[in-house]
Design a protein around this ligand. Structure first.
Ligand SMILES: [Cu+2]
Length: 203
């Protein structure tokens, strides 16, 4: 009887592993279109699954946020907790990297061609939004959005997004935008059947 439950336990563990590990053949996409009321652009909206079961490993390589032509590129960068972001300076002028949010950081100021890493590993309640600023150029602004899991996407100019590789299950899909909001929406993802979730954000 004891031996039987150990075997059953390992079968359940294998099933749980398949549900959270990629690639899993049953995984499908969640996609849709986002509109931002009163805004010409529907770009830079983060669409993400609020909470997914399992643990998520950050990418082995740092994800880049560049400072180019006096802008943070990408303007909005969603990352899974623990991700290292490499802040690069591609401009001929020195740029600074600091954030007044959450645990706060100031990585200093450095010239063209150099970069510094910061690991976003201190988020206590997701999402953790870090406004990314430069003390040298007050007009520069970007955002790093730290999330619990890897199922996220950013909208393009037309407001389209696509989250890849989502295992079947029931989730809540949420959106983040620097100036507009919308309520999260429930979605059930069935194996081999892509899901669609649209949002309209208001200021
Ligand atoms: Cu700057």
């Amino acid at each position: 009887m004891i031996r039987h439950s150990i075997v059953l336990g390992s079968v359940l563990a294998a099933a749980a592993f398949c549900a959270t590990a990629a690639p899993c053949t049953a995984a499908v996409s969640i996609s849709g279109t986002v509109k931002v009321t009163g805004s010409a652009s529907a770009a830079d909206v983060v669409v993400y699954i609020q909470q997914a079961p399992g643990t998520f490993t950050p990418p082995a390589k740092a994800v880049e946020m560049d400072q180019k032509q006096m802008q943070f590129i990408p303007h909005v960068l969603p990352v899974v907790a623990g991700t290292k972001v490499a802040f690069l300076n591609s401009d001929p002028t020195p740029h600074n990297v600091f954030s007044p949010d959450n645990e706060k950081y100031n990585l200093g100021t450095w010239p063209q061609g150099q970069m510094k890493d910061y690991a976003f590993a201190k988020c206590a309640k997701f999402p953790c939004v870090y406004t990314q600023l430069c003390r040298v150029h007050p007009e520069m602004e970007g955002y790093v959005v730290v999330l619990q899991n890897s199922y996220f996407a950013v909208t393009d100019k037309t407001g389209h997004y696509q989250i890849e590789g989502v295992p079947p299950g029931s989730y809540t899909v949420a959106v983040w935008h620097s100036k507009a909001k919308a309520q999260p929406k429930p979605v059930t993802v069935d194996a081999a059947k892509p899901a669609t979730v649209d949002f309209i954000l208001a200021r």
